[in-house]
Design a protein around this ligand. Structure first.
Ligand code: MTE
Ligand code: MO
Length: 480
């Protein structure tokens, strides 16, 4: 046959926009999809793969696995093929044995990376609010340390009761000896939306925009069952027990491990739904998310959902770890590093009511004729409080309308056990935009305790930049 033109990865990477032409790779083929991109049934999301491989994106959408759709894709691609991908030696990563980050797992190319080592990244909002349950590959990733390389055959979970006994369980023991439970729970980092706090006055901490939050279906055993088995009485007060510690297997260079604790009432409550989870969305928990076992503490801040759990301890005292005592606490705007007293504030557990805007379609952006607006986002509250309502304003907060909650949110009957976010959507018809040159979009959510998001961030500035939960705002230019 005819020898195809060979292109390097760099050649493909140079074609990311409609102007340069949009190229993608699939297996060893290089394709020019510029024309097709405009008519893609999934909208302009296909542009996210521009300049790289399509496989990581296809794997996110079940529709691409449908045999009929696959046939169609093959036909379309056949016509768009322009050459083959040439493998160059630069593609092979060299492994630096001294680098503690040399054995990190592979990550999805769509992430907005905050730091590479340790790996901290959030998915694009548009992909995140596409599905109620976040695909594992897109779940936000928050690591303080290198990802440990734990082998199932070496894994032992130590379970200890202060003043009592201590036990070791293999993954097999854990799976065999305790009933399995599945819980859908949203996890959010305390630093989510920290960019807003940076804008007021810079703080230490990662610049999360609004997507350090994700939702998954977790399967594991109830921490309650394991604790009772290990000798924790239902009336744990009798032994003075008040906290449960989770100690991770990830270590810094001084051998300090990541650890945190939760109040024991949450752990022992059969309706607290705290899991020692070994599966995430039906698959073994990926390395980035705590393989082989992580704590899943529904309604509680991400930081207490310890990954790669090596040890669980029922204790009289709170974890003395750095991240429990010297981080993840909130202070007055007047408190700064020269006068902070970390012992004076409680460690964050529940999260307050939160919302964010993920996408705004219409207006002027990308659409010359203006047209109606479609606004999409999420809302979430901690502690099992459901999202009761999401209000949207397009005039800077003067008037409000309730958004449509598409999935999740408050339901009769699950009061105090609402562990997931709500995905919402709001449509603004053209008539409502008449005469306006700009939409000043504001979003505020209300939870089932009728807690509401505060209007602005200024009054909530804090030196660690945590719990940024003011109204979500975005200005959009309309027709001129
Ligand atoms: N557990 C361990 N062992 N090490 C960590 O660095 N990060 C915590 C928590 N559990 C962390 C951890 C923080 S701050 C958050 S927000 C969540 O994990 C993030 O979980 P994810 O990476 O699965 O999204
Ligand atoms: Mo976090």
């Amino acid at each position: 046959g005819v020898k195809e033109i060979e292109y390097t990865k760099a050649d493909v990477q140079a074609h990311k926009t409609i102007e340069t032409g949009v190229w993608v790779t699939y297996k060893d083929g290089v394709y020019d999809i510029t024309k097709f991109a405009e008519n893609h049934p999934g909208g302009n999301k296909i542009l996210m793969a521009a300049g790289g491989a399509v496989e990581p994106y296809w794997n996110l959408y079940a529709v691409h696995k449908d045999p009929e759709v696959q046939e169609t894709i093959k036909e379309i691609l056949g016509e768009l093929r322009i050459g083959t991908l040439k493998h160059s030696p630069e593609d092979e990563k060299e492994v630096d044995l001294d680098d503690p980050y040399a054995h990190e797992p592979e990550r999805h190319p769509a992430f907005k990376i905050n730091t590479l080592k340790p790996f901290n990244a959030e998915p694009p909002g548009a992909l995140l609010v596409d599905s109620f349950v976040t695909p594992n590959a897109l779940f936000f990733k928050r690591n303080h340390l290198p990802v440990p390389d734990v082998k199932e055959e070496d894994y032992l979970l130590e379970v200890a009761v202060e003043g009592g006994k201590s036990f070791k369980l293999s993954l097999e023991d854990l799976k065999r000896d305790f009933p399995h439970h599945t819980v859908t729970a949203t996890m959010q980092c305390a630093g989510n939306r920290r960019t807003l706090i940076h804008e007021v006055k810079h703080v230490k901490g990662l610049s999360w925009t609004g997507f350090a939050i994700s939702n998954a279906e977790w399967t594991g055993v109830k921490l309650r069952d394991v604790l009772l088995w290990a000798g924790v009485p239902e009336e744990y007060e009798r032994l003075g027990l008040a906290h449960v510690h989770f100690i991770g297997l990830d270590k810094d260079i001084s051998n300090q491990t990541y650890e945190a604790s939760i109040p024991i009432n949450k752990a022992v409550d059969p309706r607290g739904d705290v899991l020692l989870a070994f599966a995430m969305n039906g698959e073994p928990i990926p390395r980035d998310h705590g393989y082989p076992v992580r704590a899943v503490v529904p309604g509680i801040v991400g930081a207490r959902n310890v990954k790669w759990v090596g040890k669980v301890v029922a204790s009289k005292s709170e974890s003395q770890g750095f991240w429990q005592q010297r981080d993840y606490k909130n202070f007055s705007p007047s408190t700064d590093w020269d006068n902070v007293d970390f012992d004076s504030a409680p460690a964050i557990q529940d999260m307050p009511i939160q919302s964010a805007i993920a996408t705004v379609e219409g207006g002027l952006e990308g659409e010359e004729e203006g047209g109606p607006l479609t606004i999409k986002g999420y809302a979430y509250s901690g502690g099992g409080r459901g999202v009761a309502r999401v209000d949207v304003s397009i005039d800077g907060g003067k008037t409000w309308e309730p958004a449509t909650i598409k999935e999740g949110g408050w339901k009769h009957g699950d009061y105090s056990r609402s562990w997931t976010w709500a995905l919402w959507e709001h449509f603004v018809p053209e008539e409502k935009l008449e005469g306006l040159t700009e939409a000043d979009i504001c979003v505020k959510a209300t939870d089932t305790s009728y807690n509401v998001q505060p209007e602005s961030i200024e009054a909530y500035w804090n030196l660690r930049g945590v719990l940024a939960n003011c109204w979500a705002r975005q200005k959009v230019a309309l027709r001129k």
